[in-house]
Design a protein around this ligand. Structure first.
Ligand code: SF4
Length: 354
């Protein structure tokens, strides 16, 4: 029997499994799981268990975090943005990014897949194709490495790293439960955000989970079908009308505000007509907050980064249409840690050589 990664489950799930698998020592399951989650250590012996019970725990449950391959940091006005590259059990690598949010708060941007099959043209990860989904424990491991190995003061978690989170919906939803587990990491739902390019089946599945305070954001980037289909292939499968309808029915709570992310691509989606189309798209969605993200050119840029006056102009147009807008200050560009830049070019090169 292969040991189960203990950090891929909620406390209640581990208690249940321990009861089923362990003749002795299962009464410590809750405390052992808590030690793993809150201290990043798995030491059943420390709870006074005898050698036999410890051996049974080791045979039933494992705790291994991925190797830290490298950490790169970029100093910005609001603090340091850091990207960590982690090597998984099978040698594949994923990236997570610690982003300063001001007042000493940090958000960890986690990956849900190695690569991604969605093929968004402005994104480095899309170039890798999908290598595989991450398991629940591999998702949680990113948080545990950030907290316990790197000592990053993480407050919020966003599923906005490598991969389309809802293309791996079952593992991501399970990971949300593990993160939110009161007996473990206890990260409130209001501090968790799932970001999607518009995976409608995944959005419906998420809606059925009853996670009332969870945040959802959508990566829109164009509100015209032909333009969106050209830069985001998912739009050829699910057009804007279907996406809009799905989002309009996603109302987990009365004061829910949908995050709408818009990556500003100069010469592609930055006209006043584009701004108007975005406002039209958002009208039936209830409360929204538009996050404007200036494009970060990657290794094969689609266009250049927008200039400040172009960003300001687009924000003015959006606000004139009545949309609340927040500009996402670009962070981590020099270490390829900014939005759309995660893609591990080295891993991609290795893959191309295979
Ligand atoms: S933007 Fe997100 S969904 Fe699109 S290719 Fe990149 S990782 Fe995948």
């Amino acid at each position: 029997m292969t040991p189960t990664p203990i950090h891929g489950f909620t406390s209640a799930e581990i208690v249940e499994r321990a009861r089923a698998l362990l003749p002795r020592g299962h009464g410590f399951a809750r405390r052992i799981h808590r030690q793993v989650m809150l201290e990043g250590r798995y030491e059943p012996k420390g709870f006074g268990l005898g050698p036999e019970a410890c051996a049974a725990w080791a045979a039933a449950f494992s705790f291994e975090l991925p190797e830290v391959v490298r950490v790169q940091s970029d100093e910005g006005d609001q603090g340091q943005t850091s990207k960590v590259v982690l090597r998984l059990r099978d040698g594949l690598e994923v990236e997570s990014v610690c982003i300063p949010m001001g007042r000493g708060r940090h958000t960890l941007c986690v990956s849900s897949q190695v690569g991604c099959k969605m093929g968004c043209t402005f994104c480095e990860t899309g170039r890798m194709g999908l290598l595989r989904h991450l398991t629940t424990d591999e998702i949680i491991a990113q948080v545990l490495v950030a907290r316990h190995r790197l000592r990053w003061p993480i407050r919020n978690i966003v599923f906005m790293g490598m991969g389309e989170a809802l293309d791996n919906a079952n593992n991501v939803i399970h990971a949300l439960r593990v993160l939110n587990d009161e007996a473990g990491l206890a990260i409130g739902q209001e501090r968790l955000t799932v970001c999607t390019v518009g995976h409608v089946e995944g959005i419906r599945l998420l809606a059925a989970q009853g996670l009332k305070r969870l945040n959802l954001s959508i990566s829109l980037n164009a509100a015209d079908d032909s333009l969106r289909s050209a830069i985001m292939p998912i739009n050829r499968r699910t057009d804007l009308a279907e996406l809009q309808e799905t989002l309009a029915s996603y109302r987990p709570r009365r004061n829910f505000a949908l995050g709408v992310n818009y990556c500003l691509l100069p010469g592609i989606n930055d006209t006043q007509a584009d701004a108007r189309a975005v406002a039209e798209f958002c009208k039936p969605l209830g409360r929204v907050l538009l996050n404007l993200i200036p494009y970060n050119p990657g290794t094969r840029p689609l266009t250049r980064a927008p200039q400040d006056h172009e960003v300001d102009r687009f924000i003015t147009w959006l606000r004139a249409e009545g949309l609340p807008v927040r500009e996402r200050v670009t962070k981590g560009r020099s270490v390829m840690a900014a939005c759309g830049q995660l893609g591990n070019p080295e891993a991609r090169r290795r893959r191309q050589r295979v």
